[in-house]
Design a protein around this ligand. Structure first.
Ligand code: NI
Length: 159
């Protein structure tokens, strides 16, 4: 496994739409493992492939609970319920946090890394993470939808 280079604010690739994953092969499995490792290294709760420069519809999410990292290939949000204001950040926008409106619940379909199509009813942070990462696959970033006046810069902690 390896840490991949992150793409940051201002990189044009973040505005591009990702393409469906056609085959789940060894190369994709390596990418998945690398994305999980990269997300963990930077303490992210989610990462989309485009953020490591690969325009494929692939996201990884880890809420650091007992479920472990979740891998979603070709995720599709089929329904959302409710809306609320939440605090959000993004590994492509280090040390910047702002409020955005996100659905309270997201029903999504995706293919797992074993090729099985699954459906998830996600609430709260998982719903927010799925919405945020699927936005990345469509070339959208959270900074474009922040509630004006809520942007904060937080100094990184020494490690
Ligand atoms: Ni992000």
């Amino acid at each position: 496994m390896a840490i991949r280079n992150l793409r940051f604010e201002g990189d044009e690739i973040l505005k591009k739409k990702s393409k469906d994953v056609e085959v789940i092969d060894e190369k994709l499995q390596t990418l998945i493992d690398d994305m999980i490792e990269t997300m963990h290294k930077y303490n992210g709760v989610g990462l989309a492939a485009v953020q490591v420069g690969i325009l494929k519809r692939l996201i990884v999410i880890d809420l650091y609970d007992d479920k472990g990292p979740v891998v979603m290939i070709n995720p599709v949000i089929i329904k959302t319920k409710g809306e609320h204001e939440v605090e959000e950040g993004c590994l492509s926008f280090p040390n910047q946090f702002a409020k955005v409106i996100r659905p309270e619940e997201v029903i999504a379909e995706f293919t797992d890394r074993n090729g099985k199509r699954k459906k998830v009813v996600a609430k709260e942070l998982l719903a927010q993470a799925i919405a945020h990462e699927v936005d990345h696959l469509n070339g959208e970033v959270f900074m474009d939808k922040i509630i004006p006046g809520t942007l904060e810069y937080v100094e990184p902690e020494e490690k």
